[in-house]
Design a protein around this ligand. Structure first.
Ligand SMILES: [Zn+2]
Length: 408
């Protein structure tokens, strides 16, 4: 059903081409691979459809009988007038990826990856995550009838594993799982050796270059409303930012749009390997020693060059935001726009405010913000205890309490 125009994978470093559906990095030089298409025969409509699979011409080849989908994609794209006015920008648009089936943008990648795992005859899918990726991989594995194994960090709170455990994957806690890229890779490789008939479902281009093809459909959906001047992207491993830029580039190459947005990478001020590389004009993303941010999904001390190069090519920049800026943005967008988003997404909103204040973007520009996940995933309640909320026992008391609240 899909992949009609798919021509294979190409290395982003040495440019070598591979016709097969590879996983992992370039066998020749270790560079990140990226999917390519023959754009000549592509037929896509930007009219709103049922799911991201309406763009199947520009997705990897998946047969209809192996497709694992929950109608992901076509998340709302709404204008934030009140919040935009508060921070001083004319056109601010929010892509509400939290409304995907398991609550985040990772569903787009999981749908592609689990479908391919099924097509390759795999018995199960494994990954390492205690957040959005784990929820997506376990949910889609359940949907596809595949087994699932999730490695989580040893201190993952039960609240975070609640949604994931509902999909009933096997879960193993691992000490120091995300301490650095090497440790993580070693754990994933070891699982692959023990379970050779399973697919490594780690949603990151160096492991699975094809999965992020699902994510790029975010750009096709945004374009149906116009091309923004800037796209603000919360960034950890960099797949989301790279994929969104790739999506815009493809539409540009197809002649569907005639301009490209500048990509803005957003990270925590103290968890900023990519922003550090951008600020210092480095050629590669280098690991930072510590990664501390309240935004759980952005707590990484490593990155990859595909996102770095995408920001540079687009003429964009990086922004680091503090915990207090993130929490303020999370509360402001909820009370002003009715949008409840997770801390990692709120980081991107805080970054728009900071970029305006620092004169990096113009007040009369159009900015799109990718709000990656629903607020139910990761939030701090704004009151410490329910005792702070007025309590009444009878209708007689109601009038007095309401009058007190509204100072009538
Ligand atoms: Zn290569």
């Amino acid at each position: 059903m899909s992949g009609k125009s798919y021509t294979g994978l190409q290395c982003t470093v040495c440019r070598k081409r591979y016709s097969e559906l590879l996983v992992g990095v370039c066998p020749s030089c270790g560079g990140i691979l990226t999917a390519t298409y023959d754009l000549g025969g592509v037929m896509i409509s930007l009219q709103r459809g049922r799911s991201m699979w309406q763009f199947s011409d520009l997705l990897p080849p998946v047969s209809l009988e192996c497709l694992v989908s929950l109608d992901e994609g076509w998340s709302p794209y709404v204008k934030a007038n009140t919040y935009g006015r508060l921070i001083g920008i004319r056109d601010l648009w929010l892509k509400l990826e939290g409304q995907n089936p398991t609550g985040s943008f990772k569903d787009r990648a999981a749908s592609v990856l689990v479908s391919l795992a099924k097509q390759w005859g795999k018995l199960g899918v494994f990954t390492a995550s205690s957040g959005n990726a784990a929820a997506a991989i376990s949910g889609y594995s359940a949907r596809g009838g595949l087994k699932c194994l999730i490695l989580v960090r040893e201190d993952s709170p039960a609240s975070k594993l609640g949604q994931i455990s509902m999909y009933n994957p096997y879960i193993v806690r691992v000490k120091n799982l995300f301490s650095n890229k090497r440790t993580l890779t070693e754990f994933l490789e070891r699982v692959g050796e023990v379970l050779p008939d399973w697919q490594n479902g780690f949603l990151w281009a160096p492991f699975n270059p094809l999965a992020l093809e699902g994510i790029k459909t975010i750009s096709y959906e945004i374009t149906s409303t116009g091309t923004p001047d800037y796209v603000f992207v919360p960034t950890a491993g960099g797949d989301l930012l790279y994929a969104v830029y790739k999506g815009f580039r493809e539409l540009y190459d197809l002649g569907i749009v005639n301009s490209l947005p500048k990509m803005v990478a957003v990270q925590g001020a103290n968890a900023n390997p990519l922003v550090h590389a951008l600020d210092n004009n480095l050629e590669h993303v280098v690991e930072v020693e510590h990664a501390e941010t309240i935004a759980g999904a952005l707590k990484v001390n490593f990155g990859a060059d595909h996102a770095l190069n995408a920001v540079k090519q687009s003429g964009g920049f990086g922004v680091g935001v503090t915990d207090s800026e993130i929490l303020e943005a999370q509360r402001d967008v909820a009370k002003m726009e009715g949008v409840f988003t997770e801390t990692s997404s709120a980081a991107a909103l805080a970054a728009v405010k900071r970029a305006l204040a620092e004169g990096k973007i113009e007040p009369d520009s159009t900015a799109a913000v990718i709000l990656t996940g629903t607020g139910f995933k990761d939030y701090t309640p704004s009151f410490a205890s329910v005792e702070q909320i007025p309590l009444i026992q009878s209708t007689h008391e109601l009038g007095g309490v309401v009058k007190e609240i509204f100072r009538l």
